[in-house]
Each structure stands twice: as C-alpha cells, then as structure tokens.
Design a binder for this molecule. Sequence first.
Ligand code: KG4
Ligand code: ZN
Length: 345
Amino acid sequence: MSDDTRILAIETSCDETAAAVVENGRRVLAGIVASQAAHHAKYGGVFPEAASRMHIESIYPVVAETLAQAHVGLEAVDAIAVTRGPGLAGSLVVGMAMAKGMALASGLPLIGVNHLEAHLYSIWLVEDEPEPAFPLLALIVSGGHSELVLMRDHLVYERLGGTLDDAAGEAFDKVARLLGLGYPGGPAIQAAAETGDPQAFKFPRAWLEDSWDFSFSGLKTAVLREVRSQQPDLEAGVEAPRPGLPIADLAASFQAAVIDVLVGKALSAAETLEAKEVLVAGGVSANRALRDAFRQRSTLPVRVPPLALCTDNAAMIGAVGHWRYLAGQRDALDMDVLPTWPVAA
Ligand code: KG4
Ligand code: ZN
C-alpha cells in the first residue's frame, strides 16, 4: 500500500464545470475545465439560471472523462473533494449533488472545500517549484472577491481585508462593458490596454489608509464620468462598440489604477506582517501587467500560478482536498453549499 493520496475533485461554483484527479496535492493526473463563457458572453455576464442548467448537462461527462484520462478507477481514489462555496447557489448544488452521489455509491469520504482557499493552493500544483514558505501574504483577486490573507501554515489563515464594494475582476468586467469590450472583461481590457498610455487619464487610487480593505467603485465611476464627458449621449448598459472613444488609453489608465492599489497594498501588508513570500491567485492574477508589476516592485519572492491555473479549475480543489484529507476532515453526506463562505471562517 503506498502513502500517495489521490483526490477526485469537482468544481462548479460559477461558469466552469470542472473535474480533476490530483496526487499528493501537487500532481494533476487529469483535469478538465468545460467553460460556459462563450454562452454567457451574449448576456454580458454570467446568467445564473443558465449556468446551473449547463452544469447539469456537463457534470457527468466531465467527471467520467477526467477519470478515464487519469487512468484511475474510484477504487484508486482516497476521497472526493468538492467546492462548497463561495459561488452561485444554483451552480454549487450541481457539483455537490454529483460528489455526494459518488461518495454514497463508493463509500469514499466527502470533503467540502472553500473556493478562495483553493485559488491559493493552485500554487502548490506547480510541481517543479519548491513549496512556498510560511507565513505567506496572499492576494486573491477573482470575479467575486479581492481578499488579502495571511497564511501562517497549511489550512491556517488570517483574513486581513477585502473589497468593500466591487471585486477587482468585477471592476474589470464592468469597465469592459462600459467600453463596449464584451465579457469576460479582464482579458479584453488587458488586450485593449496593450497599445494604450497608462498615464493618459489620472484615475483615482483608493488607498483607504490604516486598513487592508479595497474599494473600486470610485475608480469605476471615474471611468464612467470620463466616458460620459466624451460621449454625453452614451446609453447606459448598452453593450456596443464605442467608436470615437480613446479605448486603449482608457483601458490602460484604468488597469494601471487597479494594479497600483493591489500591488501597493499587498506588498505593504507583506512587509508589515513580515511575510516570507507573496502569493497572487484568482482569475485577475492572469493579468500580465499585474504579474509584471508584482515582480518588479517586490523585494520578496512572488508566486503566481501558471495561466491555466489562475482561472477556475478543479485541480486546485483537489490540492486543498489533499491537505484536508490528511488533517482528517470528513464531511457528512447532508452537507449544504455555502454561497457566501468567507476564506477564513
Ligand atoms: O477566479 P475566476 O476565474 O472566477 C471567480 O471565482 O470569480 O475569476 C474571473 C475573473 C473575471 O472577472 C475576469 O474578468 C478576470 O477574472 N480575469 C482577468 C483576466 N483574466 C480573467 N482580469 C484581468 N486580466 C486578465 N487577464
Ligand atoms: Zn475563482
């Protein structure tokens, strides 16, 4: 009998149906992510009812194909880990029902995982790099969250602060819609910003002195005000190209404002709390300018997952599942989903 652990992981918190088999919390034997993004693009954002229905259609084939690709049967798996929250309730329940059904049928333990915690563990899936050293200062920036967390050890977190209004990814998505760039907004803003001047517009940076919280609503309003001053007859909420607007400069200036605050506050928290390393994770950590800014401005090592592991996937759920399995976590088959579960409960 080997000491290796193998975790089957399932993730359906938002608009990707994903499954993975992860060995020892570090090696991905197989991982599939079926994204619904192309469908939701028509609505300019995730349409929860449709997301839930599409998860129902995809979940079985995604899990079956993942097990087939990993060349493992359930008899070679130690536990089933599943995203319990935070996320869309109607989406979470689909993955949860699948995990519960498989746990019941196989007798395997069931482990509920926090999606934000899982974003942090995506860094442990970079097998050829040494494990990060604790304490770690972690910035989680996704579509729904912007969180600063001190990670003292495996599974031990202290939440320092988070967004008071829009999450960083949400701000990217809303500004992209305003500029007529479509959904998801992050990659669209990044692409538009490439030819723009980040100093063309002086957008505000909300530093919120004496707190580790963030706020992006003032920045979003400033972009809206600038757009309105250039195009007074702009129809709010209408998704359309905006001819005549300096899109590249607006995108670059907006992106620079978000990055200044995220990098500035994260590095200042790392210094104050004497962290050994900085970890950046979540969908927005895919942003190239953000990754470059962290690496240029930090005196500490900065870890950012490879692009495929920045956005939602199940491998990261399996990485947390490994540590929680070793820690003895075994959840009941009547466990509920937690759509607003914080990272350090
Ligand atoms: O972590 P994630 O995949 O899903 C959630 O848990 O929310 O994050 C999705 C968010 C979206 O708001 C998307 O616009 C943003 O991540 N995002 C980016 C980039 N790629 C994805 N934001 C900025 N730059 C990017 N390259
Ligand atoms: Zn996420």
